[in-house]
Design a protein around this ligand. Sequence first.
Ligand SMILES: Cc1ncc(COP(=O)(O)O)c(C=O)c1O
Length: 410
Amino acid sequence: MSWTNKFSEDARAIEASEIRELLKILADPNILSFAGGIPDPELFPMADISSIRNTIELDPVLSKESMQYSATEGYMPLREWIAERCTTENLALTSDNILVTSGAQQSLTLLAAALMDPDLPVAVADPTYLGALQVFMTRRPKFVTVQTDEDGLIPSSLEEAFKAGARILYTIPDFQNPGGMTIPLDRRREIVELAHKYDVVILEDTAYRTLYYDGPAPASLLEVEGDYLGQGKWQSEGLVIQVGTASKTLMPALRVGWTIAPKALFEKLVILKQANDLQTSCMNQMMAFKLFSSILDDHVQKLREVYGERRDAMVKALRRYLPNNVRFTEPAGGMFVWLQLPDGLDAKELLAKSLESEKIAFVPGAAFHATGTGKNTLRLSFSTCKPPVIDDAMRRLANLIAAEERRRVA
Ligand SMILES: Cc1ncc(COP(=O)(O)O)c(C=O)c1O
């Protein structure tokens, strides 16, 4: 009996994520991993987590509320907190715009279910977050790739995609996963203008936005659109939908993310979420709210210092050790450096060799490309290793790359 021919078309459309598969190898304690885009567990705010958990458990009202079923829309104090944090002069948000989700990944799942039909052209950067490609794939859209440079999406390529019929753009404007690029303000304005010219919905993923090491990222696309439309207009004319998460700043185990959407879309997303998982854990939402409203700013400041040093260590080591014909990005935030090897080198083959001889893991880049290109690219994450370890590992990886390149041209 074969299960394959019993699967639905949607199930057949989805493929295993290369990263999830890799995470299994990484359970081996002998492997030094630059693969996962994960926070350093040593930096989780453990003392605050325990004391907040205690406060909730000892409170006779909160404790029971935290364990009960609750509203699909999310825990009201958390929704209000997010609305207030994201409100600007021209963008007045209320809790009615904030849907709490089980991680940003669920936000993307619900948005795909709400907005994507089979064969709908969806524009994505080349490369982009593979978890988004994976979930969008279940809706079987037609990916239209947009070229990127060191400043992210290239507007002329984006306009080509819009002219080719793309109805939705998915983008990570700040410290992109996997490329590390950040879109400058003037490009953000151009992107919003193009979206309005061609009537394209923008799904803005802000997963890494607050993890900046050289100063804050430019205004978000949502904020730029608020200014573009003028006060009060986004609620009726907005095309930018924003997705956020607590995973990269607090901890992934909370599974707390959110979507910021105007009313009509918000209401559709609520129904889809209800059908999907009823609600996000109330206990976890309370924890997220109490951690956000007490320690977030100080905690993120500490993350910036530690991750910033690791970013510096990786960039410095790559500048020093990599052969000249390997290009790499120098991110101003986030967790990732993106390498482009000379044409003809295959990052998957390099990974097999690197695991065997150096015990170093990274993610081959092809999986981040919607249309199967990028075999010679790879992603390195600097978030979980200390600077001396990064320096030594980059030296060894660079030597391996140089040896492979010599073998290729010989
Ligand atoms: C760009 C991006 N969006 C969304 C997610 C998913 O985050 P969450 O843990 O909130 O589901 C990730 C996780 O790696 C990510 O890198």
